[in-house]
Design a protein around this ligand. Sequence first.
Ligand SMILES: Cc1cc2nc3c(=O)[nH]c(=O)nc-3n(C[C@H](O)[C@H](O)[C@H](O)COP(=O)(O)O)c2cc1C
Length: 440
Amino acid sequence: MTKQMLIGMHLGNGYGTIPGSWRAPGMDPTNYTSFDAKVRQAQAAERGKLQFLFFPDGPSHVGDLDNEPPGFNLDVMVTLAAVARETSRIGMVATGSTTFNEPFNVARHFKALDVLSHGRTGWNAVTSSAEDVAANYGRQLPPSHERYGRAHEVVHLVQALWGSWEQSAWTHDQESGRYAHADQVAPINLGGQYVASRGPLYIPPSEQGQPVIFHAGGSPNAHQFAGRWANAVIGSAFSIDDARAQREAFREGAERAGRNPDEIKFIVGLMTSLAPTKRESLDRRISLSGRVFGQRASYLGHMLGLHLDAKNLDRPLAPEQLAAARPSPADPRSVHALEVAHQGWTVRDILAHGVIDYHPVITGPAVEAANHMQEWFEADAADGFWILPDLEEGGVDDFVDGVVPILQDRGLFHHDYEGTTLREHLGAPAQYGVDPRVTQ
Ligand SMILES: Cc1cc2nc3c(=O)[nH]c(=O)nc-3n(C[C@H](O)[C@H](O)[C@H](O)COP(=O)(O)O)c2cc1C
């Protein structure tokens, strides 16, 4: 059978990933607090047989609350619990900081959720990089080497706690009266430079044993960390070459840790604004996000080495501007921005293409998204994609009804779940407790 891609669906604040999404026609402006909305969106993703939902998190808000909602879920763990009860197959990956949480709390919450979801839970173990998040914990952000030093210890302890109730310990035999083998539930007694725990954790295995580990980060520290612990990486890249290099760095990290590089899947972000035509997609983005385009025009100018501002929005770049433009080496999105400018779009339309969004953006029909995914996948740039729709309400359905069937017809995406657990969906090997290969 030919290799097939993995697909995850990003669910954030209930509205979508572009400014103004909360005001979209048909959008319930109270979606931010609606768990029913989360369930609806999750069920749509499950209908498309997507392998997982991804809940990012950074428990803070530094944006423009007068005009825009916070970017994240009310609480990713509570969301995961709510969604787990209303879905049956799709995996769910929640983000949790290794810098600001105690390993015992993380181990307990995630394993309980894994039991509740019948083995569909993943933990996106991130080191966090925002001072405003640190401030919410009454702390300052430690330097990267300390964050990653603590991260290694936290994941090690969490997995040791997950394994501290052995898989055969729970007999619950009413006839004999033997509830469990107490000698198979043992303390872990682990401590390091940053964290410690005695254990044990009194939670039996889930259907997949224990949650799957994800990671999101980009530095050499991240490659080493994910290489040792993670089964999947939530990534970000603006070109095939960049994505291939990142994927290779994570695979090398896994090999250095004594693992098979195929055990770590590099999942890259893709933003979608799907519509029957590109013009409709661009117009929707302009009507929702146009308010921020003046400011974005200045930044676009900075990316291209030109002076641009709100006064330039209605014109394409003049031939002399195009001749003078130079993509900024400091911003990997600049090359694509210049390509779009060369196509003759007005500055407003260039911005509506999402050239300064956080991931590559598809504006237009579903086949464009399928083509992009096929090209990257076949170039070994990614093992899969996490999709960030412009609108969570409706945008998930557009992806599932438009893009998924094309990928299935091309043999690039499965037609149904092969198993019932997230571990099976990802093709991740069985693991219970700590992987002995990575702690020797
Ligand atoms: C694609 C991607 C997604 C991320 N998502 C989150 C997130 O949801 N929450 C969070 O606290 N940090 C997130 N991070 C930040 C990482 O936690 C990390 O702190 C940051 O990348 C700095 O680490 P690095 O130097 O290894 O890149 C993300 C990073 C990347 C690259």
